[in-house]
Design a protein around this ligand. Structure first.
Ligand code: SAH
Length: 243
């Protein structure tokens, strides 16, 4: 009997931001697969096997999930936020492409609240008009592509959300990102650094591009760059719908 693979988003951190359908899928799972800190958010219970793994092994993890499902398991692959945003959903489909023998396993993707939307809500409405999301990690793509997308997004006056802005393995690359923005945008452009959104450590800081420094971001931060019309209204940041 063939089982199933459900790829589920756990949201940004808070339990109340896990959707009811994701909670139901976890209740019915026999196996949960994912990056160690995300699997740690799943409550253990009898009949459920947890398979935490390191973050560099996404494709192996995805193949493992498909193989277990092919043998009858109800596998949930967990991601933080939304599984389709710089996360496991694409990795599972890549694994499926490489293994035609697993094509019969039914795969379902359940959305979650992605970091940029939780951060935008906490700040006001900085992504209230056209925006784009850019993964600043160069693990899977060259930095030249990040550079090009940043410049074109700035030229098109998109608001932007940056995921994976900074890590121990590339501590100074975010300084380069700020330099690129300074070449393309006015120094008064607003930038919100939203750290650990929806957790007890949540911290939001909004500064101008002129004031922004590389140490304002870490791996738990999503960075929201306003467009040229983004402004403050009291404690809130918003982008008008017409800009
Ligand atoms: N699939 C996830 C993103 C995974 S990439 C999602 O949809 O949110 C990991 C990056 O997401 C982090 O480096 C950070 O930029 C961002 N992130 C994830 N959770 C966050 C949170 N609670 N607060 C702020 N940023 C977060």
């Amino acid at each position: 009997m063939t089982g199933t693979v459900i790829i589920a988003g756990l949201g940004p951190g808070a339990a109340e931001k896990v959707t009811p359908e994701v909670a139901a899928a976890l209740d019915q799972a026999t196996d949960v697969v994912g990056y160690i800190p995300y699997v740690a958010r799943v409550v253990p219970r009898p009949g459920l096997t947890l398979h935490p793994s390191d973050n560099r092994v996404e494709l192996d993890r995805a193949t493992h999930a498909l193989e277990m499902a092919a043998k009858g398991a109800r596998v949930v692959v967990v991601s933080s936020g939304d599984p389709g945003v710089f996360a496991m959903a694409s990795a599972v489909f890549e694994a499926l492409e490489a293994r035609p023998d697993l094509a019969l396993v039914p795969v379902t993707v359940l959305p979650g609240i992605t970091a940029m939307l939780a951060a935008a809500a906490a700040a006001g409405a900085p992504l209230g008009h056209d925006f784009c999301a850019i993964n600043l990690s160069d693990n899977l793509k060259p930095f030249a592509l990040v550079d090009r997308r940043l410049r074109l997004a700035a030229e098109a006056d998109f608001a932007m959300a940056f995921y994976n802005p900074r890590s121990k393995s590339r501590p100074h690359q975010f300084a380069r990102v700020l330099e690129i923005l300074r070449e393309c945008c006015d120094p008064a452009r607003l930038i919100t650094f939203a750290r650990a959104v929806s957790t007890p450590e949540q911290h939001l800081l909004t500064v101008t591009l002129a004031e922004a420094t590389e140490d304002m971001a870490d791996m738990r931060t999503v960075v929201l760059v306003g467009n040229s019309a983004t402004r403050r209204i009291g404690p809130y940041i918003y982008t008008p719908r017409s800009a």
